[in-house]
Ligand binder design. Structure first.
Ligand SMILES: NC(=O)c1ccc[n+]([C@@H]2O[C@H](COP(=O)([O-])OP(=O)(O)OC[C@H]3O[C@@H](n4cnc5c(N)ncnc54)[C@H](OP(=O)(O)O)[C@@H]3O)[C@@H](O)[C@H]2O)c1
Length: 321
């Protein structure tokens, strides 16, 4: 079958490992389902996989794509939940130490077919197209959990989103606005800040710019490049919710500020199946659609990944089949 895959780990030149070609059709284990992929969206995670981050070397070649939507063999339209763990685990599956994301152990969705445990295929809401639904399972779910499960924010409080145009950032802006939060956003260029404004951000700032007042919570996926600004942006008792470190994983902790202002640093990763269901219902109730910056046929995956690597994002990048 057609597939877009990483042939081997390549830490220095990830796109050199990208292969667009043929892979064997997957077998369907007992209790799993086969999904004919209609759309899949890119995440920074795909570039990490090409680099060999978070995946064992013996698991290559690995089909990319941890976000997707498609059709089961019985015709049911579904959205993928990408967190796959021990079927006997009960409770929050993001805390299962054996859990992996699609493309870390199991083959991903940039292909004609992907197989997942039955519980990881949720019914696709009729109001979302396949391309829109393909944005929900990773970036949008991560943003939902950061705001509604982890941050402790109440409507009326102020959130700062570091980064304007990425998949997680655009989801944070739209979901935060819909929830009645005051949404402030930093962006690296005028175009990116304009995008954030068009999505409903109340104020936008250049990266690192001094803010007019302190905020209740900061939402971080950038890491080293924005961390000290995030620490300085917080009110006493405020929280940074962090789910990524695109620019590097070794921020200075600023420990004196951390304890003196009694700040909270809260890690967040993906979300549960139940949270994905709630996110889909929230989008339906509030009339929310994900922001798609570009949509290309899956055969154009190289151009799509090059754009993401170059920071040329304006919301999610979607590949269709
Ligand atoms: N823990 C989880 O479950 C989880 C889930 C999803 C994503 N993530 C992580 O979150 C991060 C973002 O993922 P994504 O898929 O949203 O990526 P993306 O679509 O490529 O977005 C990248 C974002 O990072 C910002 N950025 C990058 N470098 C920057 C720099 N030097 N200074 C300021 N801003 C910078 C960009 O801001 P501009 O708009 O200003 O360019 C953009 O908003 C990745 O590290 C990813 O691995 C983690």
């Amino acid at each position: 079958m057609f597939a877009v895959y990483a042939s081997e780990p390549n830490p220095d030149d990830p796109l050199a490992s990208l292969t667009i070609g043929e892979r064997p059709e997957p077998e369907v284990p007992e209790g799993w389902v086969r999904v004919a992929v209609k759309a899949a969206s890119l995440n920074m995670h795909d570039l990490w996989t090409l680099r060999g981050v978070g995946i064992k070397a013996e698991r290559f070649p690995m089909t990319l794509g941890c976000d997707g939507a498609g059709v089961l063999d019985d015709g049911t339209e579904v959205v993928l939940h990408s967190v796959i763990g021990d079927p006997t685990w009960s409770g929050d599956e993001t805390l299962d130490p054996t859990r992996t994301l699609l493309t870390e152990k199991h083959q991903g969705a940039f292909a004609d077919y992907v197989v997942v445990p039955r519980r990881n295929a949720l019914p696709k809401p009729a109001g979302l197209s396949f391309a829109e639904a393909a944005c929900m399972g990773t970036a949008w779910l991560t943003a939902y959990r950061m705001i509604f499960v982890k941050s402790g924010l109440r409507p009326g409080q102020t959130m700062l989103v570091q980064g304007a145009s990425g998949g997680v950032s655009t989801a944070l802006i739209v979901l935060g606005k819909a929830a009645g939060l005051r949404v402030w956003v930093t962006g690296r260029s005028a175009d990116k800040r304009a995008l954030a404004s068009s999505l409903g951000a109340h104020e936008v700032f250049e990266s690192g710019e001094r803010l007019p007042e302190k905020v209740d919570a900061v939402f971080e996926t950038v890491g080293k490049a924005t961390w000290s600004h995030s620490m300085r942006a917080l009110k006493p008792g405020g929280a940074i919710v962090v789910s990524g470190s695109t620019s590097g994983p070794d921020p200075s902790a600023d420990l004196q500020r951390l304890f003196f202002l009694q700040l909270n640093v809260i890690g967040s990763t993906m979300g549960t199946r139940e949270e994905l269901g709630d996110l889909l219902r929230f989008c339906d109730i509030a009339g929310i659609k994900p922001t798609i910056g570009s949509q290309l046929p899956m055969t154009e995956a190289r151009a799509a990944l090059e754009a993401m690597q170059a920071g040329e994002t304006a919301g999610k990048i979607v590949l269709t089949r």
